[in-house]
Design a protein around this ligand. Structure first.
Ligand SMILES: [Zn+2]
Length: 134
């Protein structure tokens, strides 16, 4: 069985199951086939191009997966986190003590600041990201 996307003269589209294209043609010739919405019998097969677009998608997937993990991660952080640069430790501590509203921030910390954040119990994730070491 194969499924065809069918369209009537009034542009209604619906799915039809057939043994094959010739089965569709004979069903149509015999007048047993009609649009379930308006009953129209002038039905045509909508070219879906499913196989072509599947192959196309796979190709596109390869291209995007060519981006490195770090690049994807960097893009995500740039889009969703405010860059506070070297003030990261200050900002993180302020948020930790409720002095400022919670938000997503990114930035850099020195070893000393990192120790301070750990001592204060501030939760943060450290990701090696050369691009952010500005
Ligand atoms: Zn119709």
């Amino acid at each position: 069985m194969i499924v065809f996307d069918l369209k009537c003269a009034n542009n209604h589209t619906f799915e039809g199951w057939f043994e094959g294209r010739s089965d569709f043609e004979s069903e149509k010739e015999s007048g047993r086939l009609a649009c379930p919405i308006c009953g129209d019998q002038e039905l045509g097969i909508v070219p879906t191009g499913g196989y072509y677009s599947k192959g196309h998608d796979r190709k596109g997937g390869q291209t995007s997966s060519g981006d490195s993990f770090v690049k994807v991660l960097t893009d995500y952080f740039e889009k969703n986190f405010d860059n506070v640069g070297k003030k990261f430790a200050d900002e993180a501590i302020k948020m930790h003590f409720g002095e400022t509203d919670l938000k997503n921030i990114r930035g850099t910390v020195t070893d000393e600041e990192e120790k301070e954040l750990n001592e204060e119990g501030v939760e943060f994730i450290k990701i090696p990201m050369p691009k952010l070491q500005s």
